[in-house]
Write a protein that binds this ligand. Sequence first.
Ligand SMILES: CCOC(=O)[C@@H]1C[C@@H](CC)[C@@H]2C=C[C@H]3CCN(C(=O)[C@@H]4CC[C@H]5C=C[C@]6(CCCN6C(=O)[C@H](Cc6ccccc6Cl)NC(C)=O)C(=O)N54)[C@@H]3C(=O)N12
Length: 113
Amino acid sequence: MGETSICQVRATVMLYDDTNKRWVPAGSENPSFSRVQIYHNAAANTYRVVGRKIQADQQVVINCAIIRGMKYNQATPNFHQWRDPKQVWGLNFGSKEDAAAFAAAMMRAIDAV
Ligand SMILES: CCOC(=O)[C@@H]1C[C@@H](CC)[C@@H]2C=C[C@H]3CCN(C(=O)[C@@H]4CC[C@H]5C=C[C@]6(CCCN6C(=O)[C@H](Cc6ccccc6Cl)NC(C)=O)C(=O)N54)[C@@H]3C(=O)N12
């Protein structure tokens, strides 16, 4: 039993550059959409966020565990963010509907781990 995807949205994955106090696109200089999914590993009861560039190379731009007690901040209707031990992630969603779907799945995952 591998991992199942519990949601799939389009978003630009961003990282906060604390030195320069600005958001930078994950994985490359120019912002571009990724397919962002939340995977559930039922056997281990773990969840993670995985994002791959939609353009040709399918580069993985985020692979981040969802940990107990994590705070998910819906800063605006289509920009949400959270901290992991090393950095701050931001998702700039393609639509408010995608943002709402991702937030619902994320909050279920946080409650379940
Ligand atoms: C419209 C013009 O938007 C912009 O030009 C840029 C580019 C836009 C697209 C990529 C993006 C979109 C939307 C806005 C929305 C606001 N915002 C910011 O960055 C705000 C403003 C001030 C700045 C300061 C800090 C910073 C950065 C790092 C984390 N953090 C916190 O506050 C955290 C949050 C948090 C809270 C709870 C739990 C987890 C976390 Cl993570 N708090 C703590 C306690 O950790 C933050 O989010 N900040 C975005 C923004 O400007 N931009």
